[in-house]
Design a protein around this ligand. Structure first.
Ligand code: F6R
Length: 239
């Protein structure tokens, strides 16, 4: 696991965006795994700015998002599909039909694939998977205790995750209790993984990750067993 220490959120966002832009330019047909949440927003803004200034091409890029809430109204402002369309996709020349979410794919019945994992496999796998980290060590919505062999599935969110995400909703009661998430094995099948962590709220999780103990009680610890992981972490998350 390679750790890149950056000074703050802006620096992390700029460096991580450059990292991804370099990959996209080198492999215009790249398949990316993407995350939502506060952490990658700045990186997405940098990618949009680069696209505006330098026309980095997303025409043949495919994306698979990590997760999606279950039980929201169709077209809800809170869905991760809406988040990604608003925050990134509509500002790039990506084809929306090349952007995928687990809840949507699971609903496709009359096709040769029957799960998100197989769908990803048919597309040749994920080249670079972007991750944030939960304060409890979750990756995607794989909460503590999730099996390292888990695949894409419906999961119950922990109270702490619902409380953390309540800032994006009207109140805690409106936060869904369930989500569909790539499993840990799904994430680990990616050829490369990039994890971003910023701010003092992530300090405890990051220090636990860097301790190195590998346990299902702390999902992110599985990343120590992947051959190609880069962590961009700012000082506030590291010190
Ligand atoms: C988001 C996701 C989550 C977040 C994590 C950190 O798609 O899968 O694991 O990456 O909860 O969220 P933020 O970035 O909001 O602190």
């Amino acid at each position: 696991m390679k750790i890149i220490e950056v000074s703050d959120y802006e620096d992390m966002s700029a460096q991580a965006a450059s990292y991804f832009i370099h990959k996209i330019r080198n492999l215009p047909t790249i398949t990316l795994g993407l995350a939502t949440g506060g952490t990658p927003k700045g990186m997405y803004m940098n990618m949009i700015e680069d696209h505006r200034l330098h026309q980095t091409c997303y025409q043949n890029v495919t994306t698979f998002n990590l997760d999606e809430y279950i039980g929201l109204d169709d077209g809800s402002n809170h869905s991760y599909r809406t988040f990604m369309n608003d925050t990134l996709f509509q500002h790039l020349n990506i084809q929306l039909s090349n952007t995928h979410f687990p809840a949507e794919e699971e609903q496709i019945e009359a096709s040769e694939f029957n799960s998100y994992d197989q769908f990803i496999k048919i597309h040749g796998g994920i080249d670079v998977q972007l991750l944030g980290i939960g304060e409890n060590g979750h990756i995607g919505f794989n909460e503590p205790g999730a099996s390292f062999q888990s695949r894409t599935r419906i999961v119950q969110l922990t109270d702490s995750t619902r409380q953390n995400n309540a800032r994006y909703f009207e109140n805690l009661d409106s936060v869904p209790t369930h989500a569909i998430t790539m499993g840990i094995e799904t994430i680990m099948n990616s050829k490369e993984i990039v994890l971003l962590a910023s701010g003092s709220a992530k300090k405890a999780a990051l220090s636990k990750l860097l301790e190195g103990e590998i346990t299902e009680a702390f999902p992110a610890s599985v990343l120590h067993t992947h051959p190609c992981v880069t962590v961009f972490a700012d000082k506030a998350a590291l010190v």
